[in-house]
Ligand binder design. Structure first.
Ligand SMILES: [Zn+2]
Length: 263
């Protein structure tokens, strides 16, 4: 049993249907999927998939550079509308900061405003958040600290930061999500963090259709990643921690169910 805690489907990169993506995941014993929204459109799409598949849950939210044609208060209203319906929405995300050379993207001030209103939405609805963080460690920590006393928790998706940052997020009761990057040579430094941190805060994810894990990345260059490949991430964690694959599957599955409050 495995829980891919971060994937995006349907997606133009897939050459197969969502039915096949989910069926292939089940074949690999990946029996829970968290489908993550990044915009209004993709959040709506993620909600739709949860109606089709028993084992799919979702998260809704606006990525730092998405839906730039809408004012922040309009986005907030739309997300509130989604939350007011009965649904399998289990988190707000992926949200956060992306401080990069994004062409025509939001500036930092705008990103912070969008991030904070979504944090407030999460706190109000007792949902965890799924954080995307590129080059925003200081600002993310400040906001998490500010809302931690209100019960804010969540996941650091695609963890690529250092131990100092990991330790602080763990102190705020966050979980760290690891994906294909831990199988890359460039991600070798993450082994130290995976070794040091408590196993009961580790989540496995694919970020499908992105970040195809090795050795598939070398073998099938350019191919879409899929939830079934979370197996390779779990295997890598078992190797790093010197525990059995089955134990990693069991623990990370329970971790995912705990943070996303899935019975
Ligand atoms: Zn993602």
């Amino acid at each position: 049993m495995l829980f891919d805690t971060h994937c995006h489907f349907p997606h133009a990169k897939y050459k197969k249907t969502s039915e096949d993506v989910v069926a292939d995941a089940r074949m690999a014993e990946v029996s829970l999927l968290m489908n993550i929204g990044t915009s209004l459109k993709e959040s709506r799409r993620a909600i739709e998939t949860t109606k089709k598949f028993d084992d799919v849950y979702c998260s809704i939210g606006i990525y730092p550079h998405d839906d730039r044609d809408h004012a922040v208060n309009v986005l907030e209203k739309k997300l509130e509308e989604f939350l007011s319906q009965p649904s399998k929405i289990k988190a707000i995300g992926e949200i956060g900061l992306d401080i990069s050379n994004w062409q025509g993207g939001r500036n930092l001030e705008e990103q912070l405003e969008l991030f904070e209103i979504q944090i407030q939405l999460a706190v109000k609805n007792h949902l965890p958040i799924v954080i995307h963080n590129r080059n925003g460690d200081k600002e993310v920590l400040e906001l998490v600290e500010k809302y931690s006393k209100d019960g804010l928790t969540g996941v650091c998706h695609c963890f690529t930061q250092d131990w100092e940052y990991a330790k602080k997020m763990l102190d705020f009761e966050f979980y760290l999500g690891f994906g294909g990057i831990i199988t890359y040579q460039s991600g070798e430094y993450l082994s130290e963090i995976i070794k040091k941190m408590p196993l009961d805060r580790v989540l496995v994810e694919t970020d499908s259709p992105y970040l195809l894990p090795e050795p598939l990345r070398t073998q099938n260059k350019g191919e879409a990643n899929e939830p079934q490949n979370v197996v390779l991430v779990a295997q890598k964690i078992a190797e790093i921690r010197s525990v059995s694959y089955d134990e990693v599957c069991k623990i990370t599955y329970e971790n995912g169910k705990r943070i996303f409050k899935i019975d």
